[in-house]
Design a protein around this ligand. Structure first.
Ligand code: UT7
Length: 325
C-alpha cells in the first residue's frame, strides 16, 4: 500500500458578509442569542450569480497552487456537497471541466457535512490501491440557497464557502487514520423535504417552504457530541498515537458549544482547538477543509504536526481522522 498525504489545501468564501445584526432585521432573533448559543458572529453569503462550483473552483486552484500540481495530472475529482449547482450533472464534472483536469474521473458525494472527510477516505483508498496517484477532494456549499430566511431556528446557523485538498502518493504517510460512521434512523432530524423523487417540486412544495433545511437542532446536538467523541477516540487508537500528542483539533464548525463539549470529553486543551465558526457559521462539507486551509496558511500547523479532525452531519453521518502534516 502506498502512503498517502495531503499535498496542498485551498479555500474560498464569498466576500459578502451577513452579520448577526443583519439577521435581527430579518427574523425575531438577537446577536446575543446567536453568539451565546452558537458562537457565530457572521457568515458569508454568495451573490446571486455565484454557485457551489464557482467557490469550489477558487478553492481548488489554491490547492493546486499550494501543492505545485498541474490540473492535467489530477486523476480524480471527488466533491462533497448538499447544495450542488444542479441535480445532475455533478458539480464535480463542472469543476473538472473548468480546471482542465482532462484525465480525471469526477463525481459528487452526498454525506451531509461529512462529505469532504468521506471523500478523503475514498480518495485515500484509491491511491493506496494504485488506481490513482493524485485526487482532488473538495467540500463546497451554497447553504444560503436552501436556508429559510423565515425560520430563525435554522437561518442564522449556516454560511457559504468551499475547501479543497489535493491528496497523493508520498514517501511518508500523512493520513494516519480515518473512521467513518452513519446512522439513517433519525434522518428526519436534518433534511430538505422536497425536490427529490419522494416529494417532487410543485407549486405546493414551494408554497409550503419545503425546499429549505428542516432541522431539530437540539436532538442533533447530543448525537453530534457522542458520535464525534467516539469516532475521534477510534481515530486516535487506529493511528496509534495518544491524545496528548495531538497538536491541533479541527472540529466541525457548527456550534461552539458542541466543539467545547467534544473537546472536554477528549480532554484536549482549549488552545489546541481551531475555531472559525465565528466568521463562517456552519458551511457543512466545506467546514473542515476551510478550517484546515486557514490553519495551514496562518501557521497554526507545522510540518510533522498531528491534526485530529471530526465532523457530524445530515444522515446522520460522521467521521474523524488523524493527519500528520
Ligand atoms: O452541521 C450539521 C449538524 N447540525 C448541528 O450540529 C446543529 C446542532 N444544534 C445546535 O447547534 C443547537 O441545537 C441550535 C443552535 C440549533 C439551537 O440551540 P439550542 O440551545 O439547542 O436551542 P433550542 O433549539 O433548544 O431553542 C431554545 C429556544 C427556543 O425557545 P423556547 O422554546 O425555549 O421559548 C427557540 O424557539 O431558543 C429559541 N430560538 C431562538 N431564539 C432567538 C431558536 N432559534 C432562535 C434564534 N433566535 N435564532
Amino acid at each position: 500500500m502506498s502512503p498517502v498525504r495531503i499535498l496542498g489545501t485551498g479555500s474560498s468564501a464569498p466576500e459578502r458578509i451577513l452579520t448577526n445584526f443583519d439577521f435581527e432585521k430579518i427574523v425575531d432573533t438577537s446577536d446575543e442569542w446567536i453568539r451565546t448559543r452558537t458562537g457565530i458572529v457572521e457568515r458569508r453569503i454568495a451573490d446571486p450569480d455565484i454557485a457551489t462550483s464557482d467557490m469550489a473552483y477558487e478553492a481548488s486552484l489554491r490547492a493546486l497552487e499550494a501543492a505545485s500540481v498541474n490540473s492535467i495530472d489530477v486523476d480524480g475529482v471527488i466533491l462533497g456537497t448538499v447544495t450542488p449547482d444542479y441535480f445532475f450533472p455533478s458539480t464535480a464534472c463542472l469543476l473538472q471541466s473548468r480546471l482542465g483536469a482532462k484525465k480525471a474521473f469526477a463525481f459528487d458525494l452526498s454525506a451531509g457535512c461529512s462529505g469532504f472527510v468521506y471523500g478523503l477516505q475514498l480518495g485515500k483508498a484509491m491511491i493506496e490501491s494504485g488506481e490513482a496517484r493524485i485526487i482532488l477532494v473538495v467540500g463546497a456549499e451554497t447553504m444560503t440557497r436552501i436556508m429559510d430566511f423565515k425560520d430563525r431556528a435554522t437561518c442564522v446557523l449556516f454560511g457559504d464557502g468551499a475547501g479543497a485538498a489535493l491528496i497523493g502518493k508520498s514517501d511518508m504517510s500523512g493520513i494516519l487514520s480515518l473512521c467513518l460512521g452513519a446512522n439513517g434512523d433519525d434522518w428526519e432530524l436534518l433534511h430538505m423535504p422536497a425536490g427529490g423523487s419522494r416529494i417532487p417540486p410543485s407549486e405546493e412544495t414551494v408554497r409550503n417552504r419545503l425546499h429549505y433545511i428542516k432541522m431539530k437542532g437540539n436532538d442533533i446536538f447530543k448525537e453530534a457530541v457522542k458520535a464525534m467523541e467516539s469516532a475521534s477516540i477510534e481515530a486516535i487508537r487506529k493511528a496509534d498515537i495518544t491524545t496528548e500528542e495531538i497538536d491541533l483539533f479541527i472540529p466541525h464548525q457548527a456550534n461552539l458549544r458542541i466543539m467545547e463539549a467534544v473537546r472536554k470529553r477528549l480532554d484536549i486543551p482549549p488552545k489546541k482547538v481551531f475555531i472559525n465558526v465565528d466568521r463562517y457559521g456552519n458551511t457543512s462539507s466545506a467546514s473542515v477543509p476551510i478550517a484546515l486551509d486557514e490553519a495551514v496558511r496562518s501557521g497554526r500547523v507545522e510540518r510533522g504536526d498531528l491534526i485530529l479532525f471530526s465532523v457530524f452531519g445530515a444522515g446522520f453521518t460522521w467521521a474523524s481522522g488523524i493527519i500528520r502534516w
